[in-house]
Design a protein around this ligand. Structure first.
Ligand SMILES: Cc1cc2nc3c(=O)[nH]c(=O)nc-3n(C[C@H](O)[C@H](O)[C@H](O)COP(=O)(O)OP(=O)(O)OC[C@H]3O[C@@H](n4cnc5c(N)ncnc54)[C@H](O)[C@@H]3O)c2cc1C
Length: 413
């Protein structure tokens, strides 16, 4: 029986572990904490079938000026921390040209198309349908010009990719979301996405399924990963484990873990924050307040407000500037109530400069595989990219062309 150690029990590692197991591999999943307690816990919980185009770096002058002068809530940066982000940001800029972004989008769309079906199979097997809402995802626009532009864009994307999308007038949005005090200029309603009431609990349910199917879950440190004669080994709380293959699925911690092996991987580390509010009335579907750069996600723990990208210290959260602005903007839309936690959560979106996850064999180490860099949509993509990797490791024909995601491109990125 073929064997693998998967490092990292977030959505990316979990998706891989389950797909390898399904193909007859003996799998040990190793994490230093509980499954799904990091980035895959703290996100907005949207399974984003509509995200057929990855998030490009804005290149128009007006948006860049708004970011530079601190008027945009989509991006916040700390000048003193900018130098360490500069290299990855320059590459991100280069890959965000319309032509390169279109090429990345063609590849991205193939993986996104399989994301919900892969989750559907796992949700059913794990018996967790109660965590999932199938009410779509709405994007509210405060001004008419922005609403008209978004509607035209949504229509184009919807028609090209066969996505269900509706433009809601303010009255239609108010009827759909009675908790809203005002409905701006209306909303784009993407009808295909699903949302999860507790993203960490979904990962835990997948972990329980993995164990029920005979998988082994262990506590261990990625720093102990080492090549052996047979393959790869890792020290765990239960002793050293060895397998023929090792998979690095450590989300934002992947580049640091791979430095020891000589890989210098540029990642755009976009920190995001969340906090829950005890709002008496909640929403039927997650809502992005586009002009104010935050999402209101109805969760089991309350209304979760999630923020955009902060380019600050990757080591430590600096201060939730965007969250404070988001809270003020959200209070015009609904009665938020009191916050549930004393301090916000924060975590880092693991974004690759070319906007595509890294899925495939390590360029210079036999039996080592990469599965990270899922950026803004890793909660959505984990099971689909996990399937792609498991197919490659098993020598099967991959369900989508694997080259655009292959780690070989990192050398040139
Ligand atoms: C605010 C915010 C909102 C988001 N909203 C969405 C959304 O709505 N939809 C969506 O699809 N995506 C969303 N994302 C992105 C998504 O959350 C991430 O892309 C995804 O969770 C990454 O998953 P991962 O498994 O790669 O990483 P993680 O979930 O971070 O998992 C990595 C694992 O590695 C483990 N680990 C790290 N270092 C070590 C070590 N040294 N030894 C052992 N184990 C280690 C960690 O404990 C962790 O369990 C959002 C992200 C943020 C920050």
């Amino acid at each position: 029986m073929r064997s693998a150690i998967v490092l990292g029990a977030g959505m990316a590692g979990m998706g891989t572990a389950l797909h390898l197991q399904q193909r007859g591999w003996s799998v040990v999943l190793v994490d230093r904490g509980e499954p799904g307690r990091e980035t895959s816990y703290g996100n907005a919980g949207i399974i984003q079938s509509e995200a057929v185009e990855p998030y490009a770096m804005p290149r128009d002058r007006a948006t860049l000026w708004a970011i530079a002068t601190g008027r945009s809530n989509d991006v916040h940066y700390e000048l003193r921390h900018l130098p360490r982000h500069l290299g990855p940001l320059l590459r991100y800029w280069w890959h965000s040209s319309p032509r390169r972004h279109a090429a990345a989008s063609r590849a991205y769309a193939t993986l996104i198309a399989q994301a919900a079906p892969e989750h559907a199979a796992l949700i059913e097997a794990a018996g967790t349908a109660d965590l999932v809402r199938r009410t779509g995802f709405r994007i509210l626009h405060r001004g008419q010009r922005a609403m008209d532009a978004a509607a035209a864009d949504a229509e184009r994307l919807g028609a090209r990719h066969g996505l269900r999308v509706r433009t809601l007038s303010p009255a239609e949005l108010a009827a759909a979301e009675p908790a809203l005090k005002q409905a701006g200029a209306g909303a784009i309603h993407w009808e295909d996405p699903w949302s999860v009431r507790d993203p960490g609990a979904l990962v835990s349910a997948y972990a329980a399924l993995f164990v029920r199917r005979g998988g082994t879950l262990l506590r261990g440190e990625a720093d102990s990963l080492a090549p052996t004669r047979r393959g790869w080994s890792v020290r765990s709380a239960d002793g050293t484990v060895e397998a023929e293959a090792g998979v690095v699925a450590l989300g934002p911690w992947s580049p640091a873990a791979l430095r020891r092996f000589g890989y210098r991987i540029a990642m755009v580390e976009k920190r995001g924050y969340h906090r829950h509010w005890r709002s008496a009335r909640t929403l039927e579907a997650p809502l992005l307040d586009a002009e104010n750069g935050y999402v209101l996600a109805p969760m089991a723990a309350g209304l979760r407000v999630t923020t955009g990208a902060e380019l600050a210290s990757p080591e430590a959260a600096t201060g939730p500037v965007q969250l404070a602005r988001a809270e003020a903007a959200a209070r015009d839309l609904l009665d938020l109530g009191a916050p549930r936690e004393n301090a916000p959560w924060s975590g880092i979106r693991p974004c690759m400069p070319d906007m595509l996850p890294v899925v495939g064999p390590a360029p210079r180490h036999r039996g080592l595989w990469f599965q990270f860099g899922h950026g803004h949509q890793g909660f959505t993509l984990g099971p689909a990219s996990g399937r792609l990797l498991a197919e490659a490791m098993s020598g099967e024909t991959p369900f989508v062309p694997e080259a655009p995601f292959g780690p070989a491109r990192l050398a040139a990125a």
